[in-house]
Design a protein around this ligand. Structure first.
Ligand code: DP6
Length: 336
């Protein structure tokens, strides 16, 4: 057999309306639909170099140069499905690299599984709906299969065939909209998203109310906000949903503390800044960790960065981490 090789990249996505809780652990079926924005390919992404030839006797994976086991239900399920659908059974070599500091604690599983599924589908020349396969690797990975604004539909079927992602608006629909990522901590989170959401499903009385009575309407409202390029509405819905997700984390027993003191300071900074501007210019969202993703329009980026540098000065060694040297209270915004 001749050697075949493929190189692909997949970007990180940031959920504006969060996925939290599964109704089927094995198929990775969510309790609720979710909606995200996919970051630019050049910014935070995973790149895979994959190849196959006769010399390879077993599947192998390296992540950032280090060997990684493929022998887990999530990897096996992606590989098996891709092989079944393509009828290709040759062994594969996968070299996966993240272009952002791994120690920065940024969610990489979404980009990682999206990239794995897409690159192997290319290698196996498989042309079909791939987001449901990426979903089996990590739920949020299905949203990284598309650029722009992406909805992952909850679906109603028990086999998960209709629990797929699709692009709601393309990457060039709202070019003024920017996402700033503030790395608050480079520590690995103590409870993974998968374990955290399992615990919430078991113990949080609020999680089902959110999934059934709040998220469906919120998804409609945020789609309208995006279609109208209404920044205020987008930012408010995103902040409310992030806060509600963390309220569910607190409603979990034992509670899940993903935010830290610096995250709280960032939240205060955003509200204080908006108040001083007498309009909503900045929004935030936090996943299962203390790092902040800020939403802002291009014309305000410079001003916002100046405020962040003032409130959260970083030393040279820690240029990715703002959480170690903050000394100024967010109530003392600089003049702007
Ligand atoms: C808070 O997709 O990492 O980032 O499906 O168990 O792999 P698994 O979980 P994962 O959870 C992401 C949770 C979140 C919200 C979101 O991205 O929607």
């Amino acid at each position: 057999m001749t050697r075949r090789e493929v190189e692909c990249s997949a970007p990180v996505n940031i959920a504006l309306i969060k996925y939290w809780g599964k109704r089927d652990e094995n198929l990775i079926l969510p309790l609720n639909s979710s909606l995200s924005i996919t970051l630019d390919q050049e910014e935070l992404c995973t790149t895979n170099y994959v190849y196959t030839d006769t010399a390879i006797s077993q599947d192998s994976l390296t992540i950032n140069g280090l060997p990684h086991s493929l022998d887990t239900p999530r990897y096996l399920s992606c590989l098996q499905t891709l092989r079944q659908l393509s009828g290709r059974h040759e062994r594969v070599w996968i070299e996966s690299t993240n272009n952002f500091p791994t120690a920065a604690g940024l969610a990489s599983s979404a980009a990682g599984f999206a990239c794995l599924v897409y690159s192997l589908a290319q290698l196996f020349q498989l042309d079909c709906e791939l987001s449901a396969i990426a979903r089996r690797g990590s739920g949020s990975a299905c949203r990284s299969m598309y650029g722009g604004f992406v909805e992952w539909k909850r679906g109603v079927l028990s086999n998960g065939e209709d629990s797929i992602a699709y692009q709601v608006f393309s990457e060039d629909y709202w070019p003024e909209l920017q996402v700033l990522i503030l790395v608050v901590s480079d520590q690995k989170k103590s409870v993974s998203s998968s374990h955290g959401m399992q615990r919430s499903v078991k113990t949080s009385p609020l999680i089902n109310t959110r999934a059934e009575s709040i998220v469906p309407e919120r998804i409609q409202l945020i789609k309208t906000a995006i279609s109208e390029r209404n920044f205020e509405s987008l930012a408010k819905l995103t902040m409310m949903d992030s806060n509600q997700f963390h309220a569910i984390c607190m409603d979990t027993l034992p509670p899940l503390f993903y935010l830290n003191e610096v995250s709280h300071k960032i939240i205060n900074m955003v509200h204080r800044y908006n108040e001083q501007c007498s309009e909503v210019r900045l929004g935030y969202t936090f996943d299962a960790g203390p790092n902040a993703c800020l939403l802002v329009q291009k014309q305000h980026v410079k001003q916002v960065l100046a405020i962040i540098h003032y409130l959260f000065p970083t030393s040279n060694e820690d240029k990715f981490v703002i959480g170690k040297s903050n000394s100024v209270s967010p109530t003392d915004l600089p003049a702007f």
